[in-house]
Design a protein around this ligand. Structure first.
Ligand code: 5RP
Length: 223
């Protein structure tokens, strides 16, 4: 199977987790794009979607799916029962690295607002210890140097994502050279760096379920 076929297979496997008539949180990236397209082609009827990026919102709208802001959902007293999104790395505890597409902040917000996070990925994303994929960190532009210096002190090798601005108007530092053996503690440590908006470690709010595709099929991992 090609990498794209693996993404389509796992996106399809997420469809039974969609609750018809309810709201749905929708992530960002190529796997999430396949999921959005399948949601539309399989004509699953949701009452609306909350998107984790402008790109996903545009794709959803392009299929005629209603997109709501998180504030509209909160103000109406409703819940987001399920959030479906991809990942850049998944460890055995279903902690994730996310943000390869630069949408980590909104992804973390939608994940935090959702009851169940269903992560969809092919098995190339599964690792024993996270850190092979450079950890994305969204940073306020004026703090780039300050945060980069602090990250270097923590043992990382930060690199500015050239020519990229997030949906929130910020920059991304991609941090290589990390070996993240305690994701919950490291996420908290990074949260305390002044000038960062969000780090791409999804450890405190990890996935509840990971659907992982390989040539052998799609397997389900539970936290
Ligand atoms: C975007 C993300 C994506 O979920 C992650 O990068 C995986 O993307 P893809 O499905 O294209 O491999 O976190 O910010």
């Amino acid at each position: 199977m090609t990498p794209d076929e693996l993404k389509i297979a796992v996106a399809r496997a997420a469809l039974p987790h969609v609750i018809e008539g309810e709201l749905l949180g929708v992530g960002t990236g190529s796997t999430a794009n396949h999921f959005i397209d399948l949601l539309a082609s399989e004509q699953l009827r949701i009452s609306g979607a909350v998107a984790s990026s402008e790109a996903s919102a545009a794709r959803l709208r392009g299929h005629g799916i209603t997109v709501l802001t998180l504030d509209e959902v909160i103000a109406s007293g409703r819940r987001i029962p399920v959030y479906v999104d991809g990942a850049d790395e998944i460890d055995p505890g279903l902690h994730l690295i996310k943000g390869g597409g630069g949408a980590l902040t909104r992804e973390k917000i939608v994940a935090a607002a959702s009851d169940c996070f269903v992560c969809i990925a092919d098995d190339s994303k599964c690792v024993e210890v996270m850190g092979r994929f450079p950890l994305p960190i969204e940073v306020i532009p004026m703090a780039a140097g300050l945060v980069a210096r602090a990250l270097a002190r923590l043992g990382g090798i930060p690199k500015l994502r050239e020519g990229f601005v997030t949906d929130n108007g910020n920059i991304i530092l991609d941090v290589a050279g990390l070996k993240i053996s305690d994701p919950v503690a490291f996420e908290s440590e990074l949260d305390h760096l002044t000038g960062t908006v969000t780090n791409g470690l999804f450890a405190r709010r990890r996935a509840d379920l990971a659907l992982v595709s390989s040539a052998a099929g799609v397997r389900t991992l539970r936290a």
